[in-house]
Design a protein around this ligand. Sequence first.
Ligand SMILES: [Zn+2]
Length: 94
Amino acid sequence: MTGPRAFLRCPHCDTPAVVRSSVLHTKLLRESMLQCRNALCGHTFSAYTEIVRTISPSACPSGEICLPMSTAAETAAFKAKLSEGQRSGGKASQ
Ligand SMILES: [Zn+2]
């Protein structure tokens, strides 16, 4: 079994970063403050996590949430990027 994948890597040295704190701006948008785990780098940065579309609909949908459905092309592109990341060591988000 492998450990959890890093949420994000430092854009400077590519070391996994740790989330130090986060703020929920809306139900669909969170801003996180992250710190690079490489002591020789020490980069601290913020990142947004945004929920952008639905791949499979909720069984208990909220009337407050309005997300577009993922198209077949978007889902296929995501799966291709995911398998590319698995081949290169989990760096699909780059
Ligand atoms: Zn770094």
